[in-house]
Design a protein around this ligand. Structure first.
Ligand code: CA
Length: 635
């Protein structure tokens, strides 16, 4: 009976502990000076297609909810929707990406209105995705001259906005193009682009005089480009209100740069500025058998952890950067684009084709044969939604609401950086006793770590090898990558780096040429080496030295290689100085092209605190003496 009680108690404690871990509140630092009317918006363009395919959104408790009401409750007061002119083939099959035609935008506008949200209408002026690489005119407008196309765009904008207005949508802002970095609707010159933007702008003013007009660009990492585009809009007197940019932290520069770009554009133009698209991954997993843009092993910036907390931190910090620039809002992109469902690629594929819930269906090939026509599939950003793969709200969704006041929570480790240890062959195996943790507030801290002693015990330090040692720190799994090797304690020993300041060159004669040279065929390794040449006789005499840094007490070998010719009578040797006194010397010579010789001083024993210098002395009697020096090692 007692045993049973203890078991019960243990189970209860365990449950309590896991529950606590799950319930850890989101840490949100309040954004200073956040204006009362700052816009928090979310693009949910895929929602209608996803719901048709059977997706039901849930709040964090798992209760089914209307997506728009749930977003509103979490501080998202604006909804953004992309609109394509005709994203269907002749048989009525949708191109995918939500099949976002005007009728879909109307449904989204009505749903948003019912939840008390304003709408940002994002006209792509295309039949499918428009971005810097694609700005294809709708099929119906292809081949039109610029005046006819501008008139078609004007009419289309007017009719679309009228339909949205009559359907009851509360359109607060209209984008006249999407990511229009020097291209729009088949036009690649600014004269044409501006003519189209002016036609769109005029239609917005005539239909919805209260709505703001936004011009939208991307690649804010290229500050000068954005500023120059804002000047083009200014000098051509485009009637608009908001200069918007996309900002994806993986590729689009630092937050400081974002603030700086938006501030500069605001100052230059006097217009409002904002971020029209941003997002951040909460996991590196993929939810729909269709690879994600941000996944394992990619090369991109990731200033926050890939976790629910990291996603919230990203949104919070992007908002702060926009507020610092005096911006008016931040829209999260496709925050509800969850996997369509199905446990196989085939099931998912059927749903993408039927409902248009993937980024593109095969039917899009009639319009975009080279990209969509070949690579059609699911969502490449299901791991950047603010819902999990079962459409249940993540804790991070609350960040929009919580940024105003902040939410205090214990600052604890969220993720650990991998540690690394380079062990010299024959040296004791010592691993770091702390690892770097990324904390919930995105700060960094060193935390104590326990390494797996059994795996550690199996590592041999008497030969080269690479090992992964697991460990635990703050309850999180840690990893140390151990390399057993003979490190070279000389810096730039192969002269590959342009910076040769670690080498001390003393010309004791009058050598015509004495410098680092890049020429692979004259290098022992890599593309560069040290070079000398002299035109006249009896003038080559120099030393090349480096002070050894960071080598622990132990026994080492020094080696350096030479190749050259026409050196006549010569004295060439490698040498080692310990505490200023020469303790070893090894002679060599320059013979002919492509014949390398290595001078080495072995068995150099150094104690803690010894000053060690290695060098090469070269004296020869030209004329025309030349040589190359490479691969200096102190191991
Ligand atoms: Ca995916």
């Amino acid at each position: 009976m007692r045993q049973f009680l203890i078991m019960l108690l243990c189970a209860a404690l365990f449950l309590c502990f896991t529950a606590q871990a799950e319930e850890r509140p989101l840490y949100v630092k309040a954004v200073d000076d956040l204006p009362e009317d700052f816009i928090f918006g979310m693009d949910v363009s895929s929602v209608i297609a996803l719901e048709k395919a059977g997706i039901r959104y849930k709040d964090k408790t798992g209760a089914e909810r209307d997506l728009f009401g749930l977003l509103k409750e979490n501080g998202v007061d604006w909804i953004r929707v992309r609109v394509w002119v005709d994203p269907f083939d002749a048989e009525g099959h949708g191109f995918g990406g939500g099949n976002n035609d005007l009728a879909t935008a109307v449904l989204i506008g009505q749903r948003a209105k019912a939840a008390g949200q304003k709408l940002l209408v994002d006209f792509h002026y295309s039949d499918f995705w428009a971005d810097p690489s694609k700005q294809q005119a709708p099929r119906a407008w292809e081949g039109m001259d610029i005046d006819t196309k501008a008139e078609a765009l004007y009419q289309y904008t007017l009719e679309s906005l009228t339909a949205l207005k009559e359907a009851g949508a509360d359109v607060g802002m209209v984008q006249i193009g999407n990511e229009t970095n020097g291209k729009l609707c088949g036009e690649t010159g600014w004269a044409g682009i501006i003519a189209l933007m002016k036609a769109g702008s005029r239609a917005v003013r005539e239909t919805l005089p209260e709505a703001k007009i936004a011009a939208h660009f991307t690649n804010p990492e290229n500050k000068n480009a954005l500023i120059s585009w804002s000047k083009v809009l200014q000098s051509s007197h485009l009637d608009y209100d908001v200069f918007a940019t996309s900002y994806y932290p993986y590729w689009h520069g630092t937050l400081d740069n974002l603030t700086s770009v938006l501030s500069a554009v605001k100052k230059e133009t006097g217009k409002d500025v904002m971020v029209a698209e941003t997002s951040y991954a909460w996991t590196l997993e993929d939810g729909d058998f269709s690879g994600n843009t941000i996944g394992e092993g990619g090369t991109y910036e990731h200033p926050w952890t890939f976790s629910v907390q990291g996603q919230a931190n990203a949104v919070r910090d992007v908002t702060e950067a926009v507020v610092k620039a005096g911006g008016i809002g931040v829209f999260y992109w496709e925050g509800a684009w969850v996997p369509t469902g199905g446990s196989t690629w085939e099931e998912n594929h059927r749903l993408w084709e039927t409902y248009g819930t993937g980024w593109a269906s095969s039917y899009a090939g009639v319009y975009d044969p080279d990209d969509a026509g070949k690579y059609y599939g699911g969502s490449a950003c299901d791991n950047q939604a603010m819902f999990d793969f079962d459409a249940r709200a993540l804790d991070s969704l609350a960040v929009f609401r919580l940024m105003r006041e902040g939410q205090d929570a214990p600052v604890v480790p969220e993720a650990l950086e991998d540690a690394a240890a380079e062990i010299r062959i024959g040296s004791p195996l010592t691993l770091p006793d702390t690892v770097e943790a990324v904390m919930t507030d995105n700060s960094r801290a060193a935390v104590p770590v326990e390494w797996d002693q059994e795996i550690l015990g199996n590592i041999s330090t008497d030969r080269e090898g690479e090992y992964k040692v697991p460990g635990t720190a703050s309850g999180l799994p840690a990893l140390c990558r151990v390399t057993v090797t003979l490190p070279n304690y000389l810096r730039n020993g192969g002269f590959e780096d342009e910076d040769v300041s670690m080498w001390r060159v003393t010309d004791l004669g009058d050598t015509s040429q004495l410098y680092r040279e890049e020429k692979s065929v004259d290098s022992l390794e890599g593309k560069a080496h040290w070079h000398f040449y002299t035109a006249s006789a009896d003038t080559v005499r120099f030393t090349l030295e480096q002070d050894v840094k960071g080598a622990p007490a132990g026994t080492y070998n020094y080696a350096i290689s030479v190749m050259g010719g026409d050196c006549g009578e010569q004295t060439v040797y490698a040498y080692v100085l310990v505490n200023g006194a020469e303790i070893g010397r090894s002679e060599t010579s320059f013979t002919k092209w492509n014949e390398w010789h290595t001078a080495s001083v072995e068995g150099i024993t150094i104690a803690e605190g010894d000053r060690v210098t290695v060098g090469l002395y070269v004296a020869c009697a030209g004329p025309g003496a030349w040589g190359k020096i490479d691969k200096a090692e102190f191991k």
